[in-house]
Design a protein around this ligand. Structure first.
Ligand code: FAD
Length: 403
């Protein structure tokens, strides 16, 4: 039978992680499911996750790892459920410091496992079908640029605006507006930031540990300096705040603490000790080992000290300056690298418009939303795929119960 003549129990818009999980759960419960996907393959984005290794979940879970304009107390810790779900599909996990990957270290393993199950369950997948509209009569009609699909219920799993080349669209937000649901401001998150700060002339190419602070937000880890900006885990984790401030045109500088494992006072004492024991050494020799060599050279020049100065020639004020620049190194920003470079979209469909037990729209019975299209974004570490899974599981549970 042509899919136009079928009446599906559920049509899912978007065959990303969330849509695929949902389709599998519903089809296993005996429901007739159709997936409509704009790409020519399912799960295109999964292939790029975790640098091609797919960091799909984390042992540290809870609402503290997520952001939203809404309270996130409803977020449940179900990473073990996700691990179990993938195991059933043949994906054996490997855990490293709480971060979970497939043991193959290949994101393709996860994508292929989902696709194999979709095929085994005989789910109708309409690839290369960009959904353009959803209308509600007795049934839902889902219109793509090639066909129409009739379904009793619809779930929008069309993701956010990030990484357009992997398949992204404004569709979910458009539908939310159509059904009079609120959409919050959207900003790129988990993304590098742009800067023309003069320090990057010296620091481009450097990778160094540090704590990055932007207003109230801070995060520690390896920072990567490039000629046109900075990236790395701590920058990615706080980038959502920079994204929103860029929208509101109220960007500030970021501050980097290169010696985050010592307080200002402890570093001051450490420098006094080093200076006392090495009076005839140069400043660069005495500071060796505190941070990356290029960071040390830059901090010394910011403190207005020549690298070959003997420490016996320096005084307390020089030490205060060194402590200041090591621990409060300010870098001016021009904004984030934008949605195309981002891993996730911060903001989305307002959770106030959604029944959080079922993920059903409060304004349209039978219309559900799942995954990144909603106003929930996690930090780096497998949290976004876990959210895509958890929200899909909620939708599946609700629809199966209802049917
Ligand atoms: C480079 C990169 C690395 C990442 N690494 C990780 C990681 O290691 N761990 C982690 O947890 N998260 C990671 N993420 C984030 C994670 O991939 C997403 O949060 C997650 O995939 C969201 O799942 P989703 O199903 O909601 O949306 P998506 O995976 O984006 O799926 C949405 C699907 O809908 C389709 N679609 C959109 N509009 C339409 C339309 N109009 N009609 C039909 N189809 C449509 C899209 O083509 C897409 O296939 C990464 C993201 C990127 C870009």
């Amino acid at each position: 039978m042509d899919n136009k003549e079928k009446i599906y129990d559920v049509c899912i818009v978007g065959a990303g992680f969330s849509g695929l999980v949902l389709a599998i759960k519903l089809a296993r419960a005996g429901l007739l499911v159709c997936l409509a996907e704009l790409n020519r393959v399912v799960g295109r984005r999964i292939l790029s996750t975790g640098n091609g290794r797919c960091n799909f979940t984390n042992s540290r879970m809870g609402s503290a790892y997520y952001y939203s304009n809404h309270s996130l107390d409803f977020i449940e810790d179900n990473h073990l459920d996700l691990i179990g779900f993938l195991r059933e599909l043949g994906v054996i996990e490997r855990e490293f410091d709480g971060y979970y990957y497939p043991i193959t270290n290949q994101a393709k393993t996860v994508r292929d496992a989902l696709e194999n199950e979709i095929n085994a369950l005989g789910i109708d997948v309409l690839l290369d079908n960009r959904v353009t509209d959803i209308t509600k009569g007795d049934l839902f009609t889902v219109t793509t640029h090639r066909t129409t699909i009739n379904a009793k219920q619809v779930c929008v799993a069309s993701g956010g605006l990030s990484a357009a080349t992997l398949g992204s669209s404004k569709f979910g937000y458009k539908m939310a507006n159509k059904f009079k649901m609120k959409v919050t401001k959207l900003a790129p998150a988990l993304v590098g930031v742009c800067s023309k700060d003069i320090c990057l002339k010296d620091l481009a190419g450097v990778r160094a540990l540090g704590k990055v602070t932007y207003k109230e937000a801070s995060c520690e880890g390896e920072i990567q300096f490039n000629k046109d900006g900075i990236s790395g885990y701590p920058v990615m984790c706080i980038s959502r705040y920079i994204g929103f401030d860029e929208l509101d045109k109220r960007l500030s500088d970021i501050s980097v603490d290169f010696i985050y494992f010592m307080s200002d006072e402890e570093l001051n004492q450490e420098l006094h000790k080093r200076f006392k024991h090495n009076e005839n050494a140069t400043i660069l020799a005495v500071l060796n080992g505190l941070s990356n060599e290029k960071i040390i050279q830059t901090v010394v020049s910011y403190a207005r000290i020549y690298g070959d100065t003997l420490v016996s020639k320096l005084d307390d004020e020089d030490i205060d300056n060194l402590v200041y620049f090591f621990k409060h190194f300010s870098i001016s920003l021009d904004g984030t690298k934008g949605f195309d470079s981002s891993q996730v979209t911060a903001g989305g469909i307002d959770l106030d418009s959604i029944d959080l037990d079922t993920m059903e729209s409060k304004n349209c019975k039978g219309l559900y939303f799942t995954g990144e299209v909603l106003d929930v974004d996690g930090i780096c570490g497998g949290y976004n795929l876990t959210w895509a899974y958890s929200s899909a599981s909620k939708v599946a549970e609700a629809i199966i119960k209802e049917v």
